[in-house]
Design a protein around this ligand. Structure first.
Ligand code: MG
Length: 376
């Protein structure tokens, strides 16, 4: 049973190109299905989350990250009687616009596009589902519902918001997105905070001793060691991470339920016009997750082994971009055709960026070798 304020087909703001209602699915199920069948979704398998894809088979990739986000988000949605199908669609699509090589890839591409409006991965995810997927006879993109697109666009600069029409409005008017969008945003954080602890320990860039500085980890880890004194180290880590996720998810569900009740909202439009988000932690849990985030930023994302790998990635993105700008004939045929249709330098830069952003890590490395280092 859906809550009255959950997103639902009947109150949806619809699709850009009107289509008949699906026969045996909800509108948001159809969105989810379209996302899973997209090429961009399959490429997530070979894109870096934190660790470059070929470093090991057990590390998260963008695909396994997105699946974990969907799992966490759906549990929260069900507990709060929100729309699970919409939640899943947003979660599976939230990282579709990510470049190869994680955040370094995105920063590099943003620099390349400095004179042409920059590069934002969130906006790129929207561009993928609105325009770049070419698989339907009647429209470009996936023609998703407004609510899924609203959820994908987590943040956006004011300049870009002005160009986005209806979808950009909430950044200008400072209104809220659906509760489903709000919760996927937090589920994303829950997923990466916790899987990065796991991957960080597996890679030995983090140690248990170091992590014990972080309250959220220390509390759960100490409890696991107290209850199971003879537990094997790897199993203790899994058990700790499992409990950390459970702690924050439970806090989030209980507190959000309280906030929703107090707010008196009755309709998705009330959600949008509520003065602040209604999916939120208690301040205690919020402090603890903040501490973990800061720890990961300092000790994992800025670790020398990670940044070293990343400087190689930045070089690859820059050199690919320059090569394609200099000689568009190096691009695949369909991109060359697009440049011929829109030859201004700004358009050419955007088309090159679309091509590079769509690359997987290994494809970018292969292209780089083929074009710039053919003897290697
Ligand atoms: Mg993510």
């Amino acid at each position: 049973m859906l809550a009255a304020f959950a997103a639902q087909d009947a109150t949806s703001c619809g699709r850009q190109y009107p289509e008949p209602a699906p026969a045996n699915r909800s509108e948001y199920q159809r969105d989810r299905d379209r996302i899973i069948h997209s090429a961009a979704f399959r490429r997530l398998e070979y894109k870096t989350q934190v660790f470059i894809n070929h470093e090991g088979d057990l590390f998260r990739t963008r695909l396994t990250h997105s699946i974990e986000v969907a799992q966490i988000a759906r549990s929260i949605a069900r507990a709060l009687s929100l729309n699970e199908d919409l939640t899943e669609a947003i979660a599976l699509a939230h990282d579709l616009g990510h470049t190869p090589f994680g955040h370094s890839g995105q920063d590099a591409l943003n620099e390349c596009l400095r004179d042409y409006g920059g590069f934002e991965h969130n906006l790129q995810s929207l561009r993928v589902v609105d325009r770049l997927e070419e698989r339907y006879a009647e429209f470009s993109g996936l023609n998703l519902t407004f609510e899924t697109r609203e959820g994908i666009l987590k943040h956006c600069s004011l300049r870009n918001a002005r160009e986005l029409g209806e979808l950009g409005k909430r950044f200008l008017e400072k209104t809220q997105p659906s509760l489903e969008a709000q919760l996927v945003n937090i589920a994303d954080e829950i997923a990466y905070n916790n899987h990065d602890v796991d991957d960080g320990l597996r890679s030995e860039l983090l140690s248990v001793d170091r992590l014990k500085e972080v309250k959220l980890f220390a509390e759960q880890y100490d409890e696991v060691r107290r209850r199971y004194p003879a537990i094997a180290p790897r199993r203790a880590i899994y058990e700790t991470v499992r409990r950390m996720i459970n702690y924050v998810v439970t806090d989030l569900i209980d507190n959000s339920r309280r906030l929703i009740q107090q707010s008196g909202i009755k309709h998705i439009e009330d959600v949008r016009h509520h003065p602040g988000p209604l999916i939120a932690y208690t301040s205690a849990a919020s402090e603890k997750t903040g501490e973990l985030k800061r720890f990961l930023r300092r000790h994992l994302y800025a670790h020398q082994r990670v940044t070293h790998m990343m400087s190689a990635a930045i070089k690859i993105v820059h050199e690919l971009f320059e090569a394609f700008m200099r000689d568009p004939k190096l691009l695949p045929r369909q991109y060359q055709d697009k440049i011929r249709e829109q030859p201004e330098p700004g358009e050419q830069a955007r088309i090159v960026a679309d091509y590079i952003a769509g690359m997987t890590d290994r494809y970018a490395m292969r292209e780089h070798t083929r074009l710039l280092n053919p003897g290697a």
